[in-house]
Design a protein around this ligand. Structure first.
Ligand code: PGA
Length: 241
């Protein structure tokens, strides 16, 4: 696992966008795995700027998002489909039908998860997976205790995650209690992975990841051969690269 520490969130976003852009330039039909959350917004902003300046083409790119609340309508402003449309997809030329988010409105969650795995396989697998991390070390919605070989599945969110995400809702009671998420095994199948860890409230998660703490779901990344951790000084206090 490679560790890169930058002074600021902006520099982490710059570096992440540069890695994603280089991947797309090298392989125009790249399959990207993408996260939601506050952390990747700066990265998405920079990718949009690259596209707008004519330096990046998403026409042949396919995307698979990590997770989605369940149940939720794709039109709901709290849905991750809505988030991705607003923060990236509507601002670049990726064809909408090449963007995939787990189907939060599916009647049969298990069938929707199996179909998601099949779609990823048929697309040739994820070339570059971008990850954020929860303060409890979750990646996607894989909370502590998730099996390392898990595939896309329905989960019950932990109270910690519900509390962390409630900042984006009017009231904590509005936060969905379930989600569909790529499993840890799904994530590990990506050919290359970058994980963005910024802010003081992620210090503990970063330490747990770097020490391979089994209570931290992100620690499964220690077993992958091409992972780069991009973090800022606020998250990396006391850590040396
Ligand atoms: P954040 O979320 O980027 O909003 O901190 C990350 C996560 O919970 O996975």
């Amino acid at each position: 696992m490679k560790l890169e520490i930058y002074d600021t969130y902006e520099e982490v976003s710059e570096r992440a966008a540069a890695i994603i852009a280089a991947q797309i330039r090298e392989k125009p039909d790249t399959v990207l795995g993408l996260p939601t959350g506050e952390t990747p917004i700066g990265t998405y902003d920079r990718l949009i700027r690259e596209y707008e300046s004519g330096k990046l083409d998403f026409l042949h790119v396919t995307t698979f998002n990590l997770d989605e609340y369940y149940p939720i309508s794709p039109c709901d402003v709290q849905s991750y489909r809505y988030f991705m449309n607003q923060h990236l997809f509507l601002h670049v030329n990726v064809p909408m039908d090449a963007t995939h988010v787990p189907e939060g409105s599916a009647e049969d969650a298990d069938a929707a998860c199996a179909a998601y795995e099949k779609a990823m396989r048929e697309a040739g697998g994820v070339d570059l997976q971008v990850l954020g991390i929860g303060r409890n070390g979750h990646i996607g919605f894989n909370e502590p205790g998730t099996a390392p070989d898990s595939l896309t599945h329905k989960v019950t969110l932990t109270q910690d995650t519900i509390e962390a995400n409630s900042r984006l809702f009017n009231h904590i009671s509005e936060v969905p209690t379930h989600a569909l998420t790529m499993g840890l095994g799904t994530i590990l199948r990506a050919k290359k992975i970058i994980i963005l860890i910024t802010g003081k409230n992620k210090q503990n998660a970063l330490r747990q990841l770097l020490s391979g703490d089994a209570d931290c779901p992100a620690s499964v990344l220690c077993g992958h051969s091409d992972v780069t951790v991009l973090c800022d000084r606020a998250a990396a206090e006391g850590v040396t690269a």
